[in-house]
Design a protein around this ligand. Structure first.
Ligand code: C5P
Length: 481
């Protein structure tokens, strides 16, 4: 129960509560919580429009949803200053109905968007706002706030808050707590798309990822500001809840504690500001593998080229355009136990990227395009000092599949190569074009032990089986070690 609310009660109500609590041998907070819980059972409407209800009348005990993996855990929720802060009222409610305790910290800017009163009422805890609040510091203190929780969630995470985190600033309660914590931190960014895309923000995001901070979103779509769209929307409360569940889930899963990097989709190699070199990869197979590894408990960083499919559940998805960007983000995600390089990385890029749109030059035909080779990300990992424990590549071939895949295994120092026939006449899938862009696949797994042929199946099934095989292999290696 929010002691802030008890403090705000008038003297006679406080006296009555004190007497009642003493009589029942409980603390005032406990007594108030039980009273309100009793009221909630009589009370009918739950907090539908949270901002418009009187906090004291809000049910503090939302209906329980059983079986949530993080039930009984404590989340410290840091609310930043952004319009998306209103979604966090729902986030708090969703967490509490799943049995998660939420202790809120608000930045000064967050208070411009939602009130501590609504936040405290929904969280049924006091709201911490001030680094130098004498009462708070004596009672709880920012160090205890940082430690008395199972994880910290920052939502909405503004560009400013992330910049502070990336640089270790601690000039307010939120940033001091973030610097003092040793708990896992999940960040849900929300900002204008131009601010998200800015190099400074991207630099900070990269630093935070290297520091082990988990991200969810931002998502693509309409912004709250009129006529603004792009990547910058905060993830939806239920998506954040699901991610919290995954991060705090302690049930045994074969890949728990393992970190995986997956690449997926094509890359786009710029020729000029409007043109690029690309390929037909849809990202379906890579995204399915990332999701399957996450389902088995791995912490997955998916580095995806431009695709038209949604980010998979339970993974941290990093969006990139070119091969060089993809390589940078893959290396930033090291170390890893598993790396599955599924992306159809463009082999070449234009040697010089024109800063202005290239002209047709009066009907003389296309001007000469000089190409240069892209870095080979898989090969780079194979030879890396921090080579992932299990390194898996893909080989999309149209002929001599096994022969080419075997050569790749050696050249790139991979452990396995998953070879598939991407020729349009492979007979796979109903659509013309076969494997690329389709939903089905037929693969062969090449390792130094030999070749294993799998029958044709859906890409999700390929992903599920591959993830299971990865889990078995790592378990066997661990048993030997
Ligand atoms: O040499 P090839 O492109 O056929 O190799 C395919 C494998 O290598 C895939 O796993 C792909 O993701 C990876 N690759 C890479 N970087 C490149 C080219 C391919 O990681 N530049």
């Amino acid at each position: 129960m929010a002691s802030i609310t008890i403090r705000n009660l008038d003297e006679s109500a406080k006296q009555a509560l004190r007497r009642r609590a003493a009589g029942n041998g409980r603390s005032m907070e406990e007594e108030a919580r039980l009273l309100l819980a009793g009221l909630a059972e009589l009370d009918v409407p739950p907090a539908a429009a949270a901002e418009s209800v009187q906090p004291e009348r809000v049910s503090t005990a939302p209906p329980a949803i059983a079986g949530f993996p993080a039930a009984g855990k404590r989340v410290l929720l840091i609310l930043g200053g952004g319009i998306a802060a209103y979604k966090c009222l729902d986030l708090i409610r969703r967490l509490r109905e799943r049995g998660v305790a939420v202790r809120p910290v608000m930045t000064a800017a967050a208070g411009e968007f939602i009130t501590p009163l609504s936040v405290g009422a929904l969280a049924a805890d006091r709201v911490f706002t001030d680094l130098f609040d004498r009462e708070d510091e004596q009672d709880v203190g920012h160090i205890r706030l940082a430690r008395d929780c199972d994880m910290i969630v920052v939502a909405p995470a503004t560009a400013d808050l992330m910049a502070k985190m990336a640089n270790g600033l601690a000039n307010d309660l939120a940033s001091a707590v973030l610097l003092a914590t040793r708990r896992p931190v999940l960040v849900a960014p929300a900002m204008n798309p131009a601010m998200w895309a800015h190099r400074a923000t991207q630099r900070n995001v990269e630093t935070l990822r290297r520091d082990g901070i988990h991200f969810i979103g931002p998502m693509e779509g309409e912004m709250a500001e009129s006529r603004e769209a792009g990547r910058g929307r905060m993830a939806e409360p239920l998506e954040i809840v699901e991610r919290i569940g995954e991060l705090l889930d302690t049930r045994p899963k074969p890949l728990r504690g393992r970190r995986a990097i997956v690449t997926s989709g094509p890359t786009h190699e710029p020729i000029d500001p409007v043109r690029y070199i690309a390929n037909r990869s849809s990202g379906k197979q890579g995204h399915a593998i990332a999701a399957a590894l996450a389902d088995l408990g791995a912490e997955v960083i998916l580095v995806s080229g431009p695709v038209a499919i949604p980010d998979p559940r339970g993974c941290e998805t990093v969006h990139v355009e070119s091969a060089r960007e993809m390589q940078r983000m893959v290396e930033a995600a090291l170390p890893a136990d598993i790396a599955v390089m599924v992306a159809a990385v463009a082999d070449w890029r234009s040697k010089a990227e024109a800063t202005e749109k290239m002209k047709k030059e009066g009907g003389k035909g296309p001007s000469h395009l000089e190409l240069t080779e892209n870095p080979d990300i898989l090969k780079g990992l194979g030879h890396h000092v921090r080579r992932p424990g299990l390194l898996i590549g893909f080989a999309a071939e149209t002929e001599k599949i096994v022969e080419h895949a075997r050569a790749k295994l050696d050249r790139k120092k991979a452990d396995w190569i998953v070879a598939n026939d991407v020729s349009p006449d492979s007979g796979i899938g109903e659509k013309a074009g076969g494997v690329m862009g389709g939903d089905r696949n037929r693969v062969r797994i090449l390792s130094r032990d030999g070749v294993e042929e799998w029958p044709e199946m859906g890409k999700r099934e390929v992903a599920r089986r591959l993830a299971a095989r990865i889990a078995e292999t790592l378990a066997r290696q661990a048993a030997k070690a």
